[in-house]
Ligand binder design. Structure first.
Ligand code: UD1
Ligand code: UDP
Length: 371
C-alpha cells in the first residue's frame, strides 16, 4: 500500500518468537499505516526450536528467511550482519525491531544502525553484569545503538540511565513475552502435554538447561547430574533437552547416566504450548533460562535458577525466583523452599499484564507522527 511505514520484526532463536508475536498481532489491524514484515535469521532451524513457535503463536511464514544456521559467535553474528545488510539495502524499512539478547539481535541491530535505519529494542536494559555471558555483550551493544528502548522491568530503565542512554528514548512498557503467555492461556491449559506424559495431578519439577557456562563442560554437567538425582529422589522431573545440551551429554559420554536417573523423563525440546502446559502443571522449576524465570514469576511458580546471577532481578524481588548457581547446598535448600512455596495472595508484576505490545504500538505511532 503506498505511504505505508515498513517495520521489520527480527526473530532467530527460540526465545524470540514469543516476543515478536504479540507485536505482530497488535500491528496487524493497523495495516493501512504499517507494513509489518517478519525476518527469520535462521539461528535456530529445527522444527521444535523454530517453526512450532510460528505455528503455536499464529505467526505467518516469515517474509524473509536469512538461513544463517549454527556456527561460532563470529561466524553466526557475521552471517546475520551480512545477510541482514543485503536485505536492508534491497528493501529498506522505516524501523527494525529486535528482541532479547541473542546473536541475531545484535547483528540485525548493527546492520540497521550502520545504514541509519532506526532500531527499536524490546527487552532493553536487562543486565547480569557478567561479561563472560555472550548475551550480556549483545544486550549492552544493542542498547547502545537503539533509537527506541523498551524495558520490561524497572531495573532496565535504571541500568540504561546509569549507562548514559538518553532517557527520552527509554520506555518502561512491561513484558511482551508475558503478552504471549497471557493471551494463549486457554489453549495452553487445554493442551494436554502433562497428561500425555502421565504427570497431571502429580507433584513434579520442570527442568531446562542450556547456558554454555553450564553445559559446555563436563564438571558442570556432573554437578547437574547430582542436582537432578537429589531432586528426583523426592519428585518426578521432566527435562526437555536443548540441542546444545543433548550434543554435550553425548560428547562427554554422560547420556546414559542421565537416562538412568529414576523419576527423570528426558524428552526433546517441546513447542510453546506443550512447554507452558508443563510449566503450569509443575510444582517447581530448575532452569538456567532467562525467559523461564519471567514466565514462572508471572504464574507464581517457584523457580530455582542454576546460575550465579540474573539479568531479571524483578523475578527475585517478587519472591518466585532463587538464584543458586550450581551450588548443591543452595539448590538443596531452594528445593525445600520450592516444595513449601505458598502462592496465596501472590500477584504478578503490574506491567506484565498482557498489554505491553499495545503500549509499544502506541509509542511507535507517536514516533512516526513526530518524524
Ligand atoms: C542461543 C542464544 C541464547 C539463548 C538460546 C535459546 C546466543 C549467543 N545464544 O543459544 O542466548 O538463550 O539460543 O535457546 O545467541 N542447534 C540445533 N538445532 C537448532 C539450533 C541449534 O541442533 O535448531 C544446536 C547446534 O549444534 C548449535 C547449538 O545448538 O551449534 C547452539 O545453538 P546457538 O544458536 O549457537 O546457541 P544456543 O545455545 O541455542
Ligand atoms: N520453551 C519452549 N520449549 C522448551 C523450552 C523452552 O517452548 O522446550 C520456551 C519457554 O517457555 C520460553 C522460551 O522458550 O518462552 C525460553 O527460551 P530459552 O530458555 O531457550 O531461552 P532464554 O530465555 O534463556 O534466552
Amino acid at each position: 500500500m503506498p505511504g505505508q511505514i515498513a517495520i521489520y520484526l527480527i526473530a532467530g532463536a527460540r526465545p524470540n518468537f514469543m516476543k515478536i508475536a504479540p507485536l505482530w498481532h497488535a500491528l496487524k489491524p493497523l495495516e493501512s499505516r504499517f507494513e509489518t514484515r517478519i525476518v527469520h535469521t535462521g539461528q535456530h532451524y529445527d522444527f521444535s526450536m523454530s517453526d512450532i513457535f510460528l505455528k503455536n503463536l499464529g505467526l505467518p511464514t516469515p517474509d524473509f528467511s536469512l538461513g544463517v544456521g549454527s556456527g561460532t559467535h563470529g561466524f553466526q553474528t557475521g552471517q546475520v550482519l551480512i545477510k541482514m545488510e543485503q536485505l536492508l539495502l534491497q528493501k529498506p524499512p522505516a524501523l527494525v525491531v529486535v528482541v532479547g539478547d541473542v546473536n541475531s539481535t545484535i547483528a540485525a541491530a548493527l546492520a540497521a544502525a550502520k545504514l541509519n535505519i532506526p532500531v527499536a529494542h524490546i527487552e532493553a536494559g536487562l543486565r547480569s553484569f557478567d561479561m563472560t555471558m555472550p548475551e550480556e555483550i549483545n544486550r549492552i551493544l544493542t542498547d547502545r545503538i537503539s533509537d527506541l528502548l523498551f524495558a520490561s522491568e524497572p531495573s532496565g530503565t535504571v541500568n540504561l540511565k546509569n549507562e548514559g542512554i538518553n532517557e527520552e528514548r527509554v520506555y518502561l512498557v512491561g513484558n511482551l513475552m508475558i503478552d504471549s503467555l497471557k493471551n494463549n492461556l486457554r489453549e495452553i491449559r487445554n493442551n494436554g502435554t502433562a497428561e500425555k506424559l502421565n504427570l497431571k495431578g502429580k507433584k513434579f519439577g520442570l527442568v531446562t538447561m542450556h547456558r554454555p557456562s553450564n553445559v559446555d563442560n563436563r564438571p558442570c554437567l556432573e554437578v547437574l547430574l547430582s542436582i537432578l538425582k537429589q531432586a528426583a529422589s523426592q519428585d518426578e522431573l521432566v527435562f526437555p533437552i536443548h540441542p546444545r545440551t543433548r550434543k554435550n551429554l553425548n560428547t562427554f559420554g554422560l547420556e546414559n547416566e542421565f537416562n538412568s536417573i529414576k523419576n527423570l523423563k528426558m524428552i526433546g525440546p517441546v513447542g510453546y504450548f506443550d512447554f507452558i502446559n508443563l510449566m503450569i502443571s509443575s510444582s517447581f522449576i530448575l532452569t538456567d533460562s532467562g525467559g523461564i524465570q519471567e514466565e514462572s514469576t508471572w504464574l507464581g511458580i517457584p523457580c530455582i535458577t542454576l546460575r550465579d546471577n540474573t539479568e531479571r532481578p524483578l523475578t527475585v524481588e517478587k519472591g518466585t525466583n532463587r538464584i543458586t548457581g550450581l551450588d548443591l547446598a543452595k539448590v538443596s535448600s531452594a528445593l525445600d523452599w520450592a516444595r513449601h512455596f505458598d502462592k496465596a495472595g501472590y500477584t504478578p508484576p503490574p506491567l506484565w499484564d498482557g498489554n505491553a505490545s499495545k503500549r509499544v504500538v502506541q509509542i511507535l505511532n507517536n514516533f512516526f507522527d513526530n518524524r
